[in-house]
Design a protein around this ligand. Structure first.
Ligand code: UDX
Length: 441
């Protein structure tokens, strides 16, 4: 099949490269000339394991190409995927659909034959209906259809998630769109990937409901972690104990500094706005959002307690800045409010992240960037693990302890256990590890 992908951001680039790898002919389109030139030269705009190799090999095999010319890019396409950004709109938290509608207008004018327009970007319920109207208004050829095919890939594991998905969700209102999408995903059905074929609005809502549910699991376990600290229980064990029940499931029950990233914060807010407009209260989701906001804000207090109450004049080493490991994405990262508050409290902050420095620097003025884990610890009153990069899982704690001035290891991701840290004379401050007694903060 011939496919076009509008938008070479996270979702667009990964999906385009993976579709090409299945054997489809894919043209990726983006307005940003510099970005397209770089990708053509093999330089990826994002850091994602395995992506560079996949893009290069599919370009070489002639199945994947890149252009800034939308008209030429969609010329042969049977289906055109829209994977442009839908950021939260400033002020009201609504998903900003400007880029989506701009792409559709351009597409409608450029199309010379009926195409299936598929939204891959996360878009609020009803966006597909509006796209269908725009196609008509702008005089797109008769017989175009609009489908919704939300993406569930996780940053850092995006290629695997695309190729071995838990499910594929397709929402369409006509047989032609359904058949084209089934054909596009046929290579995955050979791996038994389940498909949920449904209506367009249902597919659109499914994506938001999935993200809100996952966010809810995290906020839930984070509140349970606070309770564990107060009553002398261990959240790690509680999570294991409940997660082994299949109805609950073991994943997404890691207590920590609150969720960040490009999806959960933005999508939960957008869902609340949709609900407001529909006049339906979403009490659970709005609580999930406020639990998470409060949690991020409270992390600096934990560090303050670990260094004796006041941050003034203290030196804090921060390990990990990105919102999670294996990405350079800093969007809504818990490290940002944490570090801002540490600075406001009068602390000096040195930080290290294996790949996120470039993205982090403009967001975190007033801190120094260390070259590695051990330099981060030099002279520090406390070292704080904010993102659980693999390289922080087996730190040489002897060296860390030697380099530090104080003794506090604030482990916001529960990477370590108390005993292994104490061997080196450090004090471990985990999250929800209430059995520690005095060390729990
Ligand atoms: C998420 C969804 O997983 C994906 O399906 C959707 O398409 C996009 O949003 P992503 O934002 O890449 O993907 O990251 P994810 O791995 O889901 O983590 C999100 C945030 O939750 C991170 O800040 C992470 O640290 C946090 N998290 C996750 C926890 O605090 N505890 C957990 O148990 C799991």
């Amino acid at each position: 099949m011939h496919l076009a992908m509008i938008g070479t951001g996270y979702v667009g680039l990964v999906s385009g490269a993976c579709f090409a790898d299945f054997g489809h002919h894919v043209t990726c389109i983006d307005k940003d000339t510099a970005k397209i030139d770089k990708i053509k030269a093999g330089v990826m705009p994002i850091w994602e394991p395995g992506l560079e190799g996949l893009v290069k090999s599919n370009i070489q095999h002639g199945r994947l190409s890149f252009t800034t010319d939308l008209k030429a890019g969609i010329e042969r396409a049977d289906a055109v995927f829209i994977a442009v950004g839908t950021p939260a709109r400033r002020g009201d938290g609504h998903a900003d659909l400007t880029y989506v509608y701009e792409a559709v207008r351009e597409l409608a004018k450029a199309a010379t034959k009926p195409i299936v327009v598929v939204t891959k970007s996360t878009v609020p319920v009803g966006t597909g209906d509006r796209i269908a109207e725009i196609l008509k208004e702008e005089g797109a050829p008769e017989g175009c259809s609009v489908a919704s095919n939300p993406e569930f890939l996780r940053e850092g594991a995006a290629i695997r998630d695309f190729k071995i998905p838990d499910r594929i969700v397709v929402g369409a209102e006509d047989d032609h769109a359904r058949e084209v999408l089934k054909e596009i995903y046929r290579p995955l059905f050979l791996n038994q990937a389940p498909i949920v074929l449904t209506g367009r609005r249902t597919a659109e809502l499914t994506k938001y409901a999935a993200n809100a549910f996952l966010a809810m699991k995290i906020s839930f376990i984070n509140e349970v972690a606070d309770l564990c600290e107060a009553v002398g229980a261990d959240v790690q064990e509680v999570a294991r104990g409940i997660g082994l029940d299949n109805r609950i499931g073991a994943k997404f029950l890691h207590a920590g500094p609150g969720y960040g990233g490009s999806c959960f914060p933005k999508d939960t807010l957008a869902l609340l706005r949709t609900a407001e407009e529909a006049g339906v209260e979403q009490r659970i989701i709005s609580t999930v959002v406020s639990v998470n906001d409060d949690r991020k804000a409270a992390m600096a207090d934990r560090v303050a307690k670990a260094v004796g109450g006041s941050l003034k004049g203290k030196r804090i080493g921060v390990l990990g800045l990105t919102f999670k490991p294996n990405t350079d994405d800093m969007r809504d990262a818990p490290s940002i409010p944490l570090i801002q508050r540490l600075l406001e409290g009068g602390a000096e902050v040195a930080a290290f992240d294996p790949v996120g420095r470039e993205q982090a620097e403009p967001l975190l003025p007033g801190i120094t960037f260390a070259e590695d884990e051990y330099e981060t610890a030099a002279g520090a009153d406390a070292v704080v693990i904010v993102t659980e990069w693999d390289e922080f899982r087996a730190l040489d704690l002897e060296v860390i302890a030697q380099k530090m001035k104080g003794k506090a290891l604030v482990d916001l991701r529960n990477v370590y256990d108390r005993a292994e840290v104490e061997r080196f004379g450090l004090v471990h401050f985990g999250v929800g590890r209430g059995q520690y007694g005095a060390n729990s903060v």
